[in-house]
Design a protein around this ligand. Sequence first.
Ligand code: ZN
Length: 416
Amino acid sequence: MRVREAPPAIRRANALERPVEIAGRLAATDPLRGLIAAAPRRASGIAALARKLCEIPAPTFKEGPRAEAIVSELKWRGMAPVEKDGIGNVTVTVDSGRPGASLLVTAHMDTIFPEGTVCRVEERDGWMYAPGIADNTAGVAIALFAAEEMLKNRLPPRGRVTFAFTVGEEGLGDLRGMRRLFEQGRGGFDAVLVLDGDIGQVLSQPVGSVRYSLMVTGPGGHSWADFGKPSALHVLIQLAEPLTRMKVPTGPRTTFNIGVLSGGTSVNSIAAEATMLVDLRSVDARALGDVEERLLAIMRGAELPGEISLRIQKVGDRPVGDAALTREPSALVSAALDRLGIEAIPSASSSDANIPLSVGVPATVVGIRRSVGVHSTGEGVEIASLGIGLAVSLLSAAALLEAYGAADAPAKGASK
Ligand SMILES: [Zn+2]
């Protein structure tokens, strides 16, 4: 496996060699100590907010109404200035007014569920169930509470924390919200903490992905009268078949999936149009490039009947990012979890963190809920876990701020 070596500035001895000490000291110091102790009692308040936000549908590309609700919640809690950028990201900064690190904490607003999905929240046995309630309405509600608690308790003591509620994290959103925040390089941030996933999970390996839409079009016709004319669906199925047999390495882990295959209009028509969506993933940029080339070779090498055309469109491109840049922030977050009595579970994932990692900004993802059935209509989140998620978020953010605000922190040595 090809893993890029960390640049010397990051390998150098610095404050990050003592994540356990940092997390331990911060957790024992007020006001953070008190906030961590009180966090379990915030669970029902976070749950009420998550329920309210979850019932405002937010499919990827249609996050507007939920974003407006988040703006109102932030303002109502005394946060200012609350900003919304051109594509719908909502941001607010808690600034100590004193020099220190600039930390970005994010939670994505969008869900994978299409328009029209019923998002009513049902509660039973200490759990809430609804599409998107865990991924990532839980993260959004926790981030909102964390922002409010920081403001009220004059945290952070140094530096600043920007909370961003991002659009377009899921699927074909292709991390567009996060891309916008980093379109001018480092975005002014020293480190990034993404709130998403189950409690204990910490990013160990960013996963990159490439997505394609493959659309076949043909003449169409009547299934009986025009029999013999080429069918877009038949051709697409033939194109799909060799894809399902592609050989991919298990190390570095690389995967492929035809997630959607659709087309045609009725049982007695020759399909005039058919489309498939293909997702390719890998923890290694070169392996991802290889499998992408194979897919394209299959498509371009196919002999298509006359009257049939194939349109190949890249619809997603998430950079793998620099895995080395997750090490320090993930070590800090793992130490914070350990201090809270939670076992850290290293996990590979594709998330908003891929973007900062691809432009040289240290980033990690930490889990903030206990969930079931994520990305299914039976999705659920445990209410009590939301209080734990708040404690995890506050201590993780504090540890990152402290480490990256140190005079010899790696981020300070890197070019902005
Ligand atoms: Zn998510």
